[in-house]
Design a protein around this ligand. Sequence first.
Ligand SMILES: O=C(O)CCC(=O)C(=O)O
Ligand SMILES: [Fe+2]
Length: 387
Amino acid sequence: MASAASNDRLAQLTSFDETKAGVKGLVDAGISTIPSIFIHPHSPSLRPTPHKPDSSIISTSVPVIDLGWILEKDPNTGKDITEKVRDAAEKWGFFQVVNHGIPVEDLEAMLEGIRRFFEQDVEVKKGYYSRDYRRAMLYNSNFDLYTGPATNWRDTVACRIAPDPPPPHDLPVAFREIMMVYSEQVTKLGDVLLELLSEALGLHPNYLKEIGCGEGLSLFCHYYPACPQPELAMGTSRHSDSSFFTVLLQDHVGGLQILHQDQWIDVPPLPGALVLTSNDKFRSIEHRVPANSKGPRVSVASFFRNASDPNPRVYEPIKELLSEANPPKYRGTTINDYWTYYSNRGLIGVSALEHLRQTASSFKNPFDPVQRTHEPIKELLSVTNPP
Ligand SMILES: O=C(O)CCC(=O)C(=O)O
Ligand SMILES: [Fe+2]
C-alpha cells in the first residue's frame, strides 16, 4: 500500500504538472523556497557536492578537438584527428569540438530561439505541454516526473528531427526557422563524428552509420531558471545519456559538469560534447548540471538515437571489436527496450548500461564453445525478456 508521504508527493507532482507552467512558472510566481518535490534526497550520487576550488584548473584539460584539421595532422601535436578522438573517447568519453562548421551566429540564434519560447506568454506555451512522446514536438518539465527519484529544476522542449520531422508549421514561431537550420547542421556534424568515431574504433569509416547510429535525431532543449535555493536542488541529476552519442550546445552561463576520475569537473561553455558506447572501449560519461542562482541557462542536447521508431535491430557490443581477450560485457538490446527502461527508471545516477552488463554468473561468451551451444536465440530476447 502506498504511504501517506508517497501519496502526498504524487499529489504535489500532479498539481505541478497540471499548471503546465513548469519550473519557470514557479519562479514567475515569486517563490522564495522551493517545493519539496525539488529537494534532492540525501544521496551522495544525487546531491550536488560543494564546488571544489580547484575544479576550474582541471577544466582546462577537458579535451578540445579542432575539426578544422580533419584531413591533416595538427601541427601543434603532430597527431591526426582520429588519434585524438580515440584518446578522448577512451580516456574521457567526452570532448568539445571547435571549427565544427556550424556558424557561431546560428548557435547563438538557436539558444535565443529556445529562450524566446520559454519566456513567451505562458498561455501560448501551455498549448504545447504534453507527455506524449509520439508527438514530434512537445514541451514539459521533467520527462521522468512521475518515475524519477527527484524532480529537476528545469523545463524542456523535445523535438524529433529524424526520422519523420514535424512539418515546420507545427513548430512554435519562437524557434521554427532556426530549429530547421540548426538541425540540418547538427545532422551533418553527426555524420562527420560517426565517421571519426568509426575510424577511432579501427572500423570502416561508414561502419557506425551503416548500423543506423545516424538515423534518429531528437533535440532536447532545456531552460534552467535561476533557483532560489540552488543548494537543495539539481538542474539535471547525475546520469549518462541513452543515445549513441550526444552533441551538446550550452550557453554562456555554463554549468555542465562531467565525472572524470571520481571528480566533478566544470565544462567551460564551448559547443559540442559527445558520448558513445562500445563495450567499454569508449566511455559513456556521467554528467550533471547543478541548479544555479545566476539566471536562466539554456542548452540544446542533440541525441543521436532512434527511440521513436519501433526498430527491431538489436544493438550489442560491436563484434569486430570482440575477441577471446575482450568478450562482450553487455547484452544486446533494441533501442525501444533501452529507452523504455531508461525513461521508466528516470535519472538515478547509475548508468542505464549497468542494466545490460553481464554478470559473472550470467556471462555469455561467444568465444567459449560450451557456452555458445547454450546461447538463447538472440531475436527472441529483449530487455523485458533477457537471456
Ligand atoms: O543542460 C545540459 O548541459 C545537459 C543536459 C543533459 O545532460 C541531457 O539532456 O541529457
Ligand atoms: Fe545528458
